[in-house]
Design a protein. Structure first.
Length: 311
């Protein structure tokens, strides 16, 4: 029995399928099957009950898997501790990123990070959906909004103002709103999460809070597509200033109605456990903080967002 065989056992238990486990681990099904047989032969028990169509844990497997998980976590901690003394940074970054921020901004940063740390590899999960660390096989996730799950660990990267924005061409054609009530005549570009379209926009002002029900012909569960629609003059959008930063700084889009501020958010790097916070992940966290602060400073310098973002 090899140590790597235990990783296969855990994946088979997770997916209830040797084929799916092999795919997840980038190995042949025959190789994964052989690993399962070695472990079972070493233990002298069957960990899985197999039928022609299904595979499930046996009673022995249900008892064995939690101990196996704990043992591998302990070995991982020991490994990272030993490497920490040598200041070694390596391993695979299995990270979940949102479609817009991840694809257009963060992935180039990670590529730069990997150039400095040659032993680090990357497996990126690009999605705007909620992440289940166990189901999605990721070790860290960069997400908007502070985590509300007490079982995860997180580091706040920065505050993130949201911006109402459009192209100058769109505004020249449809007019520039000066007050939230003026938005009734405009085409909203909407983000959609789990079939819920985010078409109610909330703005704060010295005179109070304004909640506006928008209309529009464009909605998507892909934040990057909403940004593209905005840049292509299809309407007006409320977006993270980080998502829109390159377009704002290059004047491809302009901030609108700046006295009325959309609800802000935060950017967090979250982990399913302390064991997932490797030296590579800590260095990535520090880089993300520096890079995001550089963008925020550039937006402040151009009077797109307030200096209060750093409070």
């Amino acid at each position: 029995m090899l140590l790597e065989d235990l990783q296969v056992i855990l994946k088979v238990a997770e997916f209830r399928s040797i084929t799916a486990a092999a795919t997840s681990l980038d190995m042949r099904t025959a190789t994964a099957s052989a690993a399962v047989k070695r472990v079972e032969a070493s233990l002298g028990v069957d960990l899985f009950v197999r039928t022609t169509r299904h595979l499930r844990l046996s009673n022995a497997g249900e008892r064995y898997i939690p101990h196996c998980q704990q043992a591998l976590q302990t070995l991982s901690i020991a490994k990272q501790s030993a490497k920490g003394d040598l200041d070694m940074v390596d391993g695979e970054l299995r990270i979940a990123l949102s479609s817009d921020l991840g694809r257009n901004i963060v992935l180039p940063w990670i590529n730069e990070f990997m150039q400095s740390h040659k032993k680090v590899s990357l497996r990126a999960n690009i999605t705007d959906s909620n992440i289940d660390f166990y189901r999605d096989s990721v070790d860290l996730a960069l997400r908007y909004g502070s985590p509300n799950d007490a079982n995860v660990y997180g580091f706040k990267i920065c505050n993130v103002p949201r911006i109402l924005c459009a192209t100058q061409n769109y505004l020249d054609t449809h007019g520039t709103p000066a007050h939230p009530h003026d938005l009734a005549s405009h085409q909203g570009l909407f983000y959609q999460l789990q079939e819920i379209i985010k078409d109610v926009w909330v703005f704060s002002h010295d005179s109070g809070e304004f909640k506006i029900k928008m209309k529009g012909k464009h909605a998507s569960n892909d934040g990057d597509l909403v940004r593209r629609w905005c840049v292509d003059s299809h309407g007006i959008a409320v977006k993270s200033c980080l998502d829109m930063s390159a377009d704002l700084l290059a004047d491809r889009v302009v901030p609108v109605m700046q006295d009325f501020v959309p609800v802000a958010t935060e950017l967090w790097l979250i982990f399913p456990s302390r064991q997932s916070i490797t030296p590579a992940a800590r260095l990535l966290r520090d880089m993300l903080k520096d890079k995001c602060n550089d963008i925020l400073k550039a937006l402040v310098a151009k009077n797109i967002i307030s200096r209060n973002v750093f409070d």
